[in-house]
Design a protein. Structure first.
Length: 155
């Protein structure tokens, strides 16, 4: 599978392990993060790079890291067509693709041991969107993105 990887300074420390793991598993990895540690870089730049590439290469997936995983997830989800899922557990990584059809996975590099991160990545990449009852929800999310959402219930 084609994977676009992005990370700011918060994810730089795990980049080599992630890239090696993905390549060993046979994935085509494009590293869109910095090649040197840059402490004043900004996560939206990497979310944009990964999101743009995922959108331009149908069937690919993106993986983003920052210290918490939250910043890259927020930034990536601002891009039309990107469905970025946040994972702090293997179950969340699986459900981000199976139930939510996330085309980008976001993980906090400081929150987990690298082996746990690799397990979350594997779980995400080994699964696919199941559709079915989830399709209705995905369509509502797409309507939210398009500004055409009509709620069934009023708050």
């Amino acid at each position: 599978m084609r994977i676009f990887l992005g990370y700011d300074h918060g994810g730089f420390s795990i980049r080599d392990a992630v890239i090696a793991h993905l390549k060993e598993a046979g994935h085509d990895v494009t590293d869109l993060g910095n090649s040197v540690f840059t402490p004043d870089d900004d996560y939206p730049d990497f979310a944009y790079a990964v999101g743009t590439n995922v959108l331009n290469h149908p069937g690919s997936r993106g993986i983003l890291f920052c210290r918490s995983g939250g910043g890259v997830c927020i930034a990536a989800n601002k891009m039309h067509g990107i469905r970025a899922g946040f994972a702090a557990t293997i179950m969340q990584a699986i459900e981000s693709i199976r139930a939510d059809d996330a085309n980008v996975l976001c993980i906090g590099a400081d929150a987990h041991h690298v082996l746990d991160i690799l397990a979350m990545i594997d779980a995400y990449l080994e699964n696919t969107y199941v559709g079915g009852r989830h399709e209705r929800r995905k369509e509502k999310v797409l309507a939210l993105e398009a500004g055409t959402y009509k709620p069934l219930h009023h708050a």
